[in-house]
Write a protein of this length. Structure first.
Length: 488
């Protein structure tokens, strides 16, 4: 492996580029406010907030603003489990039924704690987060009994006929699995989950502004106003102030409330092999188990590049080859907040970010990867496929017209895909139906796309970009020319 010179600070030019990108992504995803921190060699080398923690009062976000960390919480739960392993309270290969009223699986090949940690139980999504999310946000109500631990175990144990493969054979991301891990922590510690995490993780890490409960959240003033996105036909049309979903079943898979300054201390734990200042939070050998690929996945890689093997460890998504280095990451999202933690432990740096909208997932993921790429001595603009693809897709969006404007359409980007949408007030193109554009190749260098037509056929859409940056596209007998950018 060739030596990579790690950058110890982020030059002004790179900072300006990153901040321009952050602003652009926030505009596109309609993210009200976001906060970022970068740690290198135990020092914070960058910390900044953008936008508003409260739009209605235009109160700015700060690096101390508290956000919902969503599934970034899973690594805390996994860390607590490994502390119990360290203390001889359990083995990751123990059956879940040894500790809980858990009746799924076969006695000959039981579902184990390892399967819960790695999302490989064979149990599909049982809807816990969806049921509670809608209920706590005052949305559509399912009336599924889900208020007590008895309700929870009845719900889980009733899914016996829904298990597909044997455990360990298939990855299926599961919040329910981490709620079960939280219940095991409570059983073996004789403490509430949130109390255990506070005593054995948050307090030793001096994370004084991190917690799980609504009661603690309401004591603070520098807190996010959570925003829920109202979406119509895949387009965000309004950001609506909402309440963050607090519930004991959500704590272990996604309930941590924190700020990026506190998260900087958590990053240091992984940078320093399980140690923070004078506290050895976890033995290095057990931390290594958390950071090992236990099952191959494609949660992040397809959004980044064709880097090496990606998989899930214990509470972490792991890319084994980010320019020759292991990258630990985990996105976190609720309906009203998004977050991401990213660490390159061997090179001793990490990034934490969070925002007050569920629409900010792509922003939260892309910026840490961009920063990591730079700190590893690479040029994000040249060496990251997803950034190049993002730029090319964005270049194609806009309002297009035919000759003499007898037809007008919009090319819009929704997520990672382009769509052709008829422009209102103009003769309907394609009977007023949106057209999804599928790249002919993974690399969209040639700007060739296709869509599906009736009876399973294909319809080609070719974009033509000239040396002046002007853009046309051809579809069937029509040629459309880009006349202006889309309004923000």
């Amino acid at each position: 492996m060739s030596e990579i010179k790690i950058q110890k600070k982020i030059p002004t030019g790179i900072v300006n580029m990153l901040e321009d990108l952050i602003a652009s992504f926030m505009i596109e995803a309609k993210v009200p406010g976001a906060s970022f921190v970068v740690v290198a060699d135990d020092k914070i080398i960058y910390a900044k907030a953008f936008g508003a923690r409260n739009l209605e009062q235009n109160i700015p976000a700060t690096v101390n603003t508290l956000y919902g960390m969503g599934s970034c919480s899973k690594s805390y739960t996994a860390l607590a489990i490994m502390q119990l392993v360290q203390n001889g309270k359990l083995n990751v290969n123990d059956p879940v039924s040894k500790y809980l009223n858990f009746k799924l699986g076969k006695s000959s090949n039981p579902i184990t704690i390892h399967h819960l940690l790695t999302h490989t139980t064979g149990i599909p999504n049982l809807g816990m987060s969806e049921i509670l999310g809608k209920r706590l946000l005052g949305m559509e109500q399912s009336y599924i009994p889900f208020s007590s631990w008895d309700d929870f175990f009845s719900h889980v144990n009733g899914a016996a006929q829904w298990i597909t493969p044997e455990p360990g054979q298939r990855f299926a991301y599961s919040n329910d699995s981490y709620t079960l891990l939280g219940a095991i922590i409570e059983k073996l510690s004789n403490m509430k989950y949130e109390e255990y995490i506070k005593k054995y993780i948050l307090e030793p890490l001096n994370m004084k502004n991190s917690f799980f409960t609504r009661e603690e959240f309401e004591k603070y003033t520098d807190v996010m106003t959570p925003y829920f996105a109202k979406v119509d036909k895949g387009k965000i049309i309004e950001m609506i102030p909402a309440s963050h979903p607090f519930d004991k079943f959500i704590y272990a898979p996604g309930g941590l409330i924190s700020n990026v300054i506190d998260q900087a201390n958590y990053l240091k734990l992984y940078i320093n092999g399980g140690k923070f200042e004078s506290h050895q939070i976890l033995e290095k050998s057990l931390l290594d188990e958390m950071e090992k690929v236990h099952f191959k996945t494609e949660l992040v890689q397809n959004n980044i590049s064709s880097f090496g093997k990606e998989g899930y460890g214990y509470g972490w998504v792991i890319i084994e080859d980010l320019f020759g280095e292991k990258f630990l990451g985990h996105p976190g999202g609720t309906s009203t907040s998004s977050a991401f933690l990213g660490i390159v432990p061997n090179r001793k740096f990490g990034i934490a970010c969070a925002c007050n909208s569920g629409t900010g997932g792509s922003l939260m993921m892309m910026i840490p990867i961009l920063i990591s790429t730079f700190l590893l001595g690479k040029d994000p603009m040249k060496d990251l496929k997803f950034y190049e693809t993002e730029q090319k897709l964005s270049m194609l969006t806009g309002i297009y017209e035919t000759y003499k404007c007898f037809l007008r359409v919009k090319v819009v980007k929704i997520g990672a895909f382009l769509f052709i949408e008829p422009e209102e007030g103009i003769n309907a193109f394609n009977q007023g139906i949106s057209i999804p554009l599928i790249p002919e190749k993974e690399n969209i260098e040639d700007f060739k796309f296709y869509t599906l037509s009736g009876l399973g056929g294909r319809k080609s859409i070719d974009f033509i970009v000239n040396d002046k940056g002007n853009v046309d596209f051809l579809i069937e007998r029509n040629r459309f020319r880009k006349i202006k950018e889309l309004p923000n």
